[in-house]
Design a protein around this ligand. Structure first.
Ligand code: SAM
Length: 490
C-alpha cells in the first residue's frame, strides 16, 4: 500500500489504525466503534469518489488554465512533464508554457513526449536552476498570466517574491502553488520537517502580503499613492472589463451570415444575450444555435426590417423575452449592382427601403420602445463605399452615405437621453460572393488599392462592434468607424 501523503490519506490511515486498536479490545463502547467507522467511511470514500467523478487527476491544472483564460504560463519544477502537457492542452493555439527544470535528463525524457503531442509545441523547457531562469525571463521583459510553483519547497518564497518584484506575473494574473498543505504539517504544531516548515512560512507570508488577494493578484494596493480611475479603473473595472457586455441584451439584424453573424458571435462572446435577426428564419436559427452551443444566451427572430410591423415585433419579442434592450446592431442591408444610368427606381427604392429607411425604423422603434429600459448603444453598418468607389452601385453607395448621416444626426440628437449612435464602415470584405469570375478583375484592383495587402475578414470587424457596444466607448457618438486596411488613404 502507498504511503499516506495528503491530509485526507493521513486521516484515513490514522482512523484505520484506531479502528483496529478498538477491535482488538473487548471493552470499547459500541458507540465509539460506530463513530470511528462513520468517520472512516467519510474520509476513505472522499478521494475515491472525487476521482470517479473527475476525468483525470492532472485535469485540475488544465481547468485552472481554462478558468484563468491564461495564454502564457510559467511552470517552476517540471519533472516528467505530465503537468506541463496537461496545462498546454488547456492553452489556446498561440499560448505558450515555459517549464523550468533543474535536471537536464528530465528534459530529455519529456521532450519526445511533447513532440508527439499536438500541444507540445507550446512548451519550452529551460533546464538549470529555476532562479537563474527567472532572472533570464525578467531581463527579457517576459510576463505570464499564470505561474505554477512546484519545485524545491525552500525556494517557494524566493520564487514568489522574485516573480512579483519583477512583474513576471501580469496584473490580475494567478499564482498556483502545489503542496501548500504539505501533509498537514503546515498547521500541525509538532512539525520539525524542513519542507513542512518552509511551506508554513510561505503560506504565512502570502496571507499577509498586500500585493495579493487569496490566490489572485489584484493590483499593487497600498504600495502607491495613486488612487484615480486611470490607476484603479473606472468603477474599479480595468479596460478589458469595461468592454465586457455581461447583463446586456443585444440584437443584430442580418445576422444569418457574414458580418452580422460575426457581430452576433462577438457580442455574445463579450457576454451579451443576443437576438439573431434575419429575413431567413433557418439562417437566423442556425446562428442562434451556434451561439447557444458556445454557452451564449441567444434567440432567433425572423424579420424583414423594411416592414414596420416586423421591426415592431422584433423589438417587442426581445423586450418581452429579456425585459430590456441595450445594444441595437443594425447590420442588415442589400446591394444590387448596376450602372447609374441603368438603375431603376425600383432598385433604388428597394435598396433604400432596407439600407436607410429600415435602419431608421429600427433606430426609431428602438428609441421609443426601450429608452426607459436603457437602450444605450446603436451600431449601424455603414460602408466605406459611401466614399467614391469604382464599383457600380449607386443605390447602395448613396444609401450607405445616408446611414452615416443618419448616425451623425441621431448620435448628436439623442445623446442627451443617454443614447450613443455610431456606425462601422468596413472595407471590402472577403465573402464567397467576391470570388465570382465576374468580380475577379475588380478584386485585383482593390487589392492593389489596399495598403494592408488583403481584403477584410469578418473577424477584423468584431472588436469594433464590442467596443462601440460597451461602456468603454461612452464618449463616442455620431462616429463612422472606418476599418478598411487603409484603402481610403492610398
Ligand atoms: C514535484 S516535481 C514537479 C512536477 C510537475 N510540476 C508536474 O505537475 O508534473 C518537482 C520538480 O522540481 C525540480 N526542481 C527542484 N529544484 C529545482 C530548482 N532549483 N530549479 C528547477 N527545478 C527544480 C525537480 O527536479 C523536480 O523535477
Amino acid at each position: 500500500p502507498s504511503v499516506p501523503d495528503t491530509p485526507v490519506e493521513i486521516i484515513v490511515d490514522l482512523l484505520s489504525k484506531a479502528k483496529n486498536v478498538a477491535a482488538a479490545r473487548g471493552d470499547v463502547p459500541k458507540e465509539l466503534t460506530s463513530y470511528l467507522q462513520k468517520a472512516l467511511d467519510i474520509a476513505s470514500g472522499l478521494d475515491d469518489y472525487l476521482e470517479k467523478m473527475t476525468t483525470q487527476e492532472s485535469q485540475t491544472l488544465k481547468m485552472l488554465i481554462h478558468m484563468s483564460q491564461a495564454k502564457r504560463v510559467l511552470e517552476i519544477g517540471m519533472f516528467t512533464g505530465y503537468g506541463a502537457l496537461s496545462m498546454a492542452e488547456g492553452l489556446p493555439e498561440d499560448g505558450c508554457l515555459v517549464a523550468c527544470e533543474l535536471e537536464p535528463y528530465l528534459k530529455e525524457f519529456a521532450q519526445p513526449i511533447f513532440d508527439k503531442s499536438p500541444h507540445g509545441k507550446k512548451i519550452t523547457v529551460k533546464t538549470g536552476s529555476a532562479m537563474d531562469t527567472l532572472k533570464e525571463l525578467a531581463a527579457a521583459g517576459e510576463q505570464f498570466d499564470m505561474v505554477f510553483i512546484d519545485a524545491d519547497k525552500d525556494n517557494y518564497i524566493n520564487y514568489y517574491n522574485f516573480i512579483l518584484d519583477n512583474n513576471l506575473l501580469r496584473i490580475q494574473g494567478v499564482i498556483c502553488v502545489d503542496n501548500s498543505l504539505f501533509k498537514a504539517k503546515v498547521y500541525l504544531e509538532d512539525t520539525t520537517d524542513r519542507n513542512g516548515l518552509a511551506l508554513r512560512e510561505f503560506n504565512h507570508f502570502v496571507s499577509n502580503d498586500p500585493r495579493v488577494e487569496q490566490v489572485s493578484v489584484c493590483g499593487h494596493r497600498e504600495l502607491t499613492n495613486s488612487d484615480d480611475e486611470v490607476f484603479r479603473g473606472v468603477k474599479g473595472r480595468s479596460i478589458l472589463d469595461r468592454m465586457r457586455l455581461e447583463g446586456k441584451v443585444a440584437y443584430v439584424t442580418g445576422a444569418g451570415q457574414g458580418i452580422g453573424r460575426a457581430f452576433a458571435h462577438a457580442l455574445g462572446e463579450a457576454g451579451a444575450k443576443v437576438a439573431v435577426v434575419d429575413m431567413e428564419q433557418n439562417k437566423a436559427e442556425a446562428v442562434a444555435k451556434e451561439l447557444f452551443l458556445k454557452g451564449i444566451n441567444a434567440i432567433s427572430i425572423k424579420a424583414d426590417i423594411s416592414k414596420s410591423e416586423d421591426v415592431q415585433r422584433m423589438i417587442d419579442t426581445i423586450v418581452s423575452k429579456w425585459g430590456a434592450l441595450h445594444i441595437a446592431c443594425n447590420n442588415a442591408g442589400i446591394n444590387m449592382n448596376s450602372a447609374s444610368e441603368d438603375t431603376s427606381l425600383e432598385e433604388w427604392d428597394q435598396t433604400f427601403n432596407v439600407n436607410l429607411r429600415g435602419t431608421f425604423m429600427c433606430c426609431q422603434v428602438c428609441f421609443t420602445g426601450c429608452l426607459s429600459q436603457n437602450c444605450v448603444k446603436v451600431c449601424d453598418s455603414g460602408s466605406h463605399r459611401d466614399l467614391p468607389h469604382p464599383q457600380k452601385q449607386l443605390s447602395y453607395n448613396t444609401s450607405k452615405a445616408g446611414v452615416v448621416k443618419l448616425t451623425q444626426t441621431l448620435g448628436t440628437e439623442w445623446i442627451d437621453r443617454g443614447v450613443r449612435v455610431n456606425c462601422i464602415s468596413p472595407g471590402i470584405v472577403d465573402t464567397p460572393l467576391i470570388h465570382s469570375e465576374s468580380l475577379r478583375p475588380l478584386v485585383q484592383r482593390w487589392l492593389s488599392d489596399i495598403p494592408a495587402g488583403r481584403l477584410a475578414q469578418v473577424t477584423d470587424l468584431q472588436a469594433a462592434v464590442v467596443y462601440l457596444a460597451s461602456d468603454a466607448s461612452d464618449y463616442m457618438t455620431g462616429h463612422n468607424l472606418v476599418i478598411e486596411g487603409g484603402q481610403s488613404l492610398w
